[in-house]
Write a protein that binds this ligand. Sequence first.
Ligand code: GLU
Length: 441
Amino acid sequence: MVPSDSTVRVRFAPSPTGFFHIGSARTALFNWLYARHCGGTFLLRIEDTDRQRDTEEYLQVLLDGLRWLGLDWDEGPTVGGPHGPYFQSQRGEIYAAYLQKLRDSGRVYDKDGAVWFRVSGEPALIDDRIRGRVQRLEEKDFVIVRSDGSPVFHFVIVVDDIAMAVSHVIRGEDHLSNSSKHVELFRAFDRPPPLYAHIPLILKTNGPGKMSKRDSGALIEEYQRRHYLPEAVRNYLCLLGWSPKNDREILPIEEIIALFDLPAVNRNNARFDEKKLAHMNGEYVRALPAEEFYGRALPLLREAGLLAGAPTEDYVRSVLALCQEKLRGLEELPHFCAYFFREDFSMDENGRKKIFAAGDPAVRVREFLAALGQWNGEWTENSLEQLLRAFAEERGRKTSDYVHPLRYAVSGQTVGPGFYGMLTILGRERVLDRLSRFPCH
Ligand code: GLU
């Protein structure tokens, strides 16, 4: 942990009652960014006081998702690792001690087996870092410990924020209405409330509502499973409610940390755009240094069984280098490059229709195959390109009249990496073989 000279202490306080949602991830991220921006401390506090059967599984998914996004937390008790997280389920004694303080000062009373908090009648003034000034009056007394002895969320949040010296509470706007209860409790403990920053909601891609767990693209684990780059997902989440002033969208995280600040967070709701996230992921994938791309791609090829024929490392590297620049995401890689590794690759059905609609591809393929069979040129990108260009020109045709059917014949696809590079890597023998078998293979 880097020692910090800042008093800024923020916390992400999820209740693990469901899988890790985009909205929660964004809240965690904004807390983390603010802590890193200020050289402060980022705490992770698990609100697990009403434990359910699924809690353990949800918790693992959450911790895994946070680590995947690189949102490291700074401190906590030694249970469960070098630092933290904090678990509210382990802090019962602290809550009991704080409850006693309220009893001593006469701010609570017992009714129907529950412990009730007596409100002050004074409005809470909140100078929200994002929303501006908000005034709310908490009119009615409220329960802070249920009749079964379990403490209520409002009470434990405030106790922990005091005990952990939290300076800023950065959380979803849906909690704004709770903040007057919290301010009441801080006052009752004779402590100044933290500074609040309520982040606007994330709206669904289409329609007016708030993004829910059931909406497409709502869960972080989905991006993990689909081999999205965590840097891309994190970058996209930064833009859900915040933006650098200069219109740039793809930014290294160090730069975002330097620029991020709470007043810069947008007051308007942000709209989730799955396509934009996919697009950004593609940009990150194409920009990866070759070595890193190789490292990330290899396990995917292996999983898909594409390395079963034990291709040489050089071969795999050249395939990957060729494909990287056209890839829209790692997820599509196995399908995108399967024909480099096996003869029984699939022939895309829509592609077939497209190719046949433009004329009989078998005729073009046969024409070129005849020429290629007699050609003794070097099997390189450049000379293959020259050959095909001259060949098409002699026949008064466009090069693309040949490229499309030929690409389809050797790869089964109508889109893919650079055509001549593809022929070069596949090699003379395999290209001739595939062309001569077309339209069967
Ligand atoms: N457990 C609350 C949530 O999951 C957090 C409340 C807070 O941050 O104060 O939204």
